[in-house]
Design a protein around this ligand. Structure first.
Ligand SMILES: Nc1nc2c(ncn2[C@@H]2O[C@H](COP(=O)(O)OP(=O)(O)OP(=O)(O)O)[C@@H](O)[C@H]2O)c(=O)[nH]1
Length: 290
């Protein structure tokens, strides 16, 4: 698999995020709850350094609730604050504000001690890879009282802040960090969940990955969706079975594998087969830094 982001592009995105870090108190690292690890930018720890961080597992409605719980305890054990949210439906929004308050309590207590009587609102920025739900979350948080507080003095680049109640101000442009995947499996996970375009990786290859994954981890859901008594061992036989059931045929009755792959991925992405998580915390126990 040859996927290369332009190094210049990456460097620019990184620079923009680093610039904005100076303006904020806390980073909201938005990841996809279906692939909490694969949808992180691997350099994020280094980029945000010791800035307080809140991990937001978005699209939790599309993930396996059992594995989401495992991820939340995993973060807890690592001392990382994390919340599962559904930005589309607006679930978890209050928790974002309360967790931010808790995380910054010490800093604001120090400000109070220095004689700053009224601590200002917490300033936050959302950071995440494409398609993870950054705009949806901004709109959701801004929904009722959208108010722009204007530019702050001393900042070269004009920044707009969105007020979220009295306690929070959010930068109106999120930081985009690219996923990086030397590991082809990470690429397949990103493609399966729709984080990268289908044109980047061959559609049939993505569907093969997805079917193998479901066969291993969620066989009952796969059987139920496609009316299979058993899941064939050979992947081509599984394609044939699904293609036949769904009438994905070419003239002459041969299975149309492209059409079958497209159907499987469409149904998977729209949760027709079920709600799944593709990253398991056990796989990454050694790899995540604190
Ligand atoms: N089911 C579900 N869908 C969501 C959720 N949050 C966002 N989406 C959907 O995910 C898609 C991408 O959301 P965006 O908000 O555009 O993502 P983004 O990170 O701003 O994307 P870029 O502009 O590409 O960086 C949209 O179709 C949203 O409706 C969620 O919590 N649940």
């Amino acid at each position: 698999m040859t996927i290369q982001w332009f190094p210049g592009h990456m460097a620019k995105a990184r620079r923009q995020v680093t610039e904005k870090l100076k303006l904020i108190d806390i980073v909201y690292e938005l990841v996809d709850a279906r692939i909490p690890q694969s949808s992180r930018n691997p350099m994020i720890d280094e980029i945000i350094s010791n800035k307080p961080r809140l991990v937001l597992l978005n699209k939790v409605d599309k993930a396996d609730p059992r594995v989401t719980e495992q991820w939340l305890s995993y973060y807890r054990e690592k001392g990382i604050r994390a919340i599962a949210i559904d930005a589309q439906a607006g679930k978890g929004m209050k928790q974002i504000v309360s967790a931010s308050n808790e995380l910054l309590k010490e800093k604001f207590d120090r400000m109070k001690a220095k004689g700053i009587v009224k601590p200002r609102a917490i300033r936050a920025m959302i950071v995440g890879i494409p398609n993870v739900g950054k705009s949806t979350l901004i709109n959701r948080l801004a929904s009722k009282k959208i108010a722009k507080t204007g530019d702050r003095p001393g900042i070269t680049q004009a920044q707009q802040w969105i007020k979220v109640g009295k306690e929070l101000e959010l930068l109106d442009t999120p930081g985009i960090l690219w996923p990086k995947f030397e590991d082809p499996i990470v690429g397949y996970k990103l493609a399966t969940t729709g984080a990268i375009k289908d044109t980047i990786i061959n559609l049939q290859d993505i569907a093969v990955y997805a079917l193998r994954f479901l066969t291993e981890h969620y066989p009952e859901a796969l059987k139920a969706r496609y009316g299979l008594e058993n899941i064939p061992e050979e992947i081509v036989d599984l394609f044939d079975a699904i293609g036949t059931k769904r009438g994905c045929l070419m003239p002459g009755g041969l299975i149309d594998y492209d059409k079958t792959a497209e159907l499987i991925l469409r149904e998977l992405r729209t949760d027709k087969i079920g709600t799944f998580t593709f990253d398991f915390p056990q796989e990454f126990n050694e790899k995540v830094s604190e």
